[in-house]
Ligand binder design. Structure first.
Ligand code: FES
Ligand code: FES
Length: 202
């Protein structure tokens, strides 16, 4: 390395050149992003809608791509509904739509308008837990509890249709619910106990 180009000055010049190139590259990207936001097409602008949740109507303004799960947990503050996979693979986000269990991460909030939505917060009657909630507690049917609201919603929906389900029907109702803690045997026991089934484990 020559006397006129020392290692220190070489590194300094290189760093300066890199920084300038970085800034020159970033500035247009940031400007383009701002422009995109300002010129978002009408179909991406927030829209007004009303969701009926747990018996009450809620007027909202949401981006059209907002899922029902996001609407429940965000503006409506109903965080009992969990989002785990966010792609329809675990059922943690299960709520009722007109009494039927659905994955709320797979449903746009817009598509839930006009339907009756029930969340885990809507199951209890005041201080009185829903029988499924009470049975889960009695049978230690949860550990971390992240999958529990979704499982309770599916189990409660099953009881609405089939008050005395057998083991196969409970397993069918829970198909698609993933529990990384492995609470399935206790959930089954809770449900069979609730149903007064002779299949209850000793
Ligand atoms: S979070 Fe909706 S299915 Fe997993
Ligand atoms: S209790 Fe932890 S994931 Fe089911």
């Amino acid at each position: 390395m020559s006397e006129t180009l020392s290692r220190r000055s070489f590194l300094k010049d290189t760093a300066l050149a890199s920084t300038e190139a970085f800034i020159a590259g970033v500035a247009p990207v940031a400007a383009a992003a701002a422009q995109t936001q300002a010129t978002a097409p009408p179909e991406r602008q927030p829209v007004a809608l009303t969701l009926r949740v747990n018996g009450r109507a809620h007027a909202l303004r949401l981006a059209p791509e907002t899922t029902l799960a996001e609407a429940l947990r965000g503006p409506l503050g109903l965080s009992g509904t969990k989002i785990a996979c966010d792609r329809g693979a675990c059922s943690a986000c299960t709520v009722w739509l007109d009494g039927r269990p659905v994955c709320s991460c797979m449903l746009l909030a817009l598509d839930a308008e006009g339907h009756e939505i029930t969340t885990i917060e809507g199951l209890a009657r005041g201080d009185a837990l829903h029988p499924v909630q009470a049975a889960f507690i009695e049978h230690d049917a949860l550990q971390c509890g992240f999958c529990t609201p979704g499982m309770v919603m599916s189990c409660a929906a099953l009881l609405e249709q089939t008050p005395r389900p057998d083991a196969e029907q409970v397993k069918q109702a829970l198909a698609g619910h993933l529990c990384r803690c492995g609470s399935y045997p206790h959930v089954l026991e809770a449900m069979l106990d609730l149903a007064g089934s002779p299949e209850r484990r000793p």
